[in-house]
Design a binder for this molecule. Structure first.
Ligand code: Q9C
Ligand code: ZN
Length: 376
């Protein structure tokens, strides 16, 4: 597959209708409803809610050219190819261990009360761990916004299956597939959950494309408002996976400790991490300028596997936790720019918390992506 950065020829094939874009979705996400997150000393209703996915699904169902499908089951191996088994065990068992130990009554979510940070150990070597996955949660979690409830583990596993099924459809010839992943994934690192994320859906797809689908070079474009610290960490030293992200400057924006422009990767991965931190109130003009640079980096890397797009709509002007100024129509233009790369693409849902607009934003982005890709 060749990457074209110039406008493609819209010739005699333009009249051939594009086949519907698969929208991979699962009801398992409904079991993950965290109730509250802790922000600035307050418990507030979770921004990352089931209604987000329901709205996206409803809007895509009402739009032309999208066809919903259930995920296939890929099992645990693709998750363990990316994540530490101890993290997977915490996600799988924290809730049931807390109930079994009598440390929770099941009416409230699990949020860690203790975090095992690197400074805890200092020069000490600490190898012990407490009994019970719920007591280990703070060793594998970096914030207070990622509650665990009864259905969290099943939802996180289903989100991975959704993402892998979308990737598999693209490998089978669909030019574009969309994985309506919930919970999202890009903040989850090898041995750490947080930022509403448990398993890194996009990273798992990229690794699966490398190991199981025959791709030699995979690029990940992350257009969520937040820096994908987990994705960056997982491929930091990798020469075969490019990570390019546009996001709110970590000087002011979550997750604060990564996403600065001077982070470029290490070892075999030197120069294959590209961060484009952006100012508050970034609108389409500023965004398109940065996106153009991101797309040039991707074209220069010359991936031979599908492009993995981590897509978030928390860049929307009215998003309750972002500070960009994008409008619904801008997502069609942004999708169009990405689509002009002209390669097969797997788009995976990350954030976006303006629930009343998230459906329209998803339709705009995915339609723009699909139409430009088909025309490229
Ligand atoms: N006052 C995703 O978009 N809390 N995660 C931020 C800001 C966590 C975002 C609080 C935001 C996580 C996938
Ligand atoms: Zn986000």
């Amino acid at each position: 597959m060749s990457l074209r950065r110039t406008a493609g020829t819209i010739g005699t094939l333009a009249a051939v209708p594009t086949p519907p874009t698969p929208v991979i979705r699962s009801d398992a996400h409904l079991g993950h409803a965290g109730l509250v997150e802790l922000v600035a000393g307050r418990e507030i209703p979770c921004y990352e809610s089931p209604e987000r996915a329901e709205e996206i699904e409803r809007a895509l169902g009402a739009a032309q050219g999208f066809s919903p499908a259930e995920p296939e089951l890929f099992g645990t191996a693709p998750i363990l190819a990316v994540h530490d088994p101890e993290l997977v065990a915490v996600v799988e068992h924290a809730w049931t261990d807390a109930l079994a130990a009598g440390d929770a009554d099941g009416s409230r979510p699990l949020i860690p009360d203790t975090f095992k940070l690197a400074p805890y150990a200092g020069p000490m070597e600490l190898t012990g761990l407490p009994n019970g996955a719920h007591r280990r949660l703070g060793a594998f979690c970096f914030d207070t916004a990622t509650p665990i409830v009864a259905g969290t583990a099943a939802a996180a596993r289903a989100a991975v299956d959704v993402a892998l099924t979308a990737a598999s459809r693209v490998m089978d010839g669909a030019g574009l597939a969309y994985g309506l992943c919930r919970p999202p994934g890009h903040h989850a690192a090898r041995a750490m959950l947080g930022g509403y994320c448990f398993f890194n859906n996009a990273a798992i797809v990229a690794e699966w494309l490398r190991r199981d689908a025959g791709a030699a070079r995979v690029a990940i474009l992350d257009v969520d408002y937040h820096h994908g610290n987990g994705t960056q960490q997982l491929f930091w030293e990798r020469g075969d996976v490019l990570y390019v992200s546009l996001h709110g400057d970590p000087a002011r924006a979550y997750p604060y400790y990564s996403g600065f422009a001077d982070e470029r990767g290490a070892g075999d991965g030197v120069g294959l991490t590209h961060n484009l931190p952006l100012p508050a109130q970034t609108g389409l003009d500023g965004y398109a300028t940065a996106l153009d640079e991101a797309l040039s980096r991707i074209a220069a890397f010359d991936p031979d596997g599908p492009l993995v797009v981590s897509v978030g709509f928390d860049t929307f002007g009215r998003d309750p936790i972002g500070d960009f100024a994008l409008r619904t129509a801008d997502y069609a233009a942004i999708g169009g720019m990405v689509g002009e790369l002209g390669v097969p693409m797997v788009a995976l849902q990350e954030g976006g918390y303006a629930v009343d607009a998230i459906g329209a934003n998803a339709v705009a982005f995915l339609s723009g992506l699909r139409d430009a890709r088909a025309g490229a």
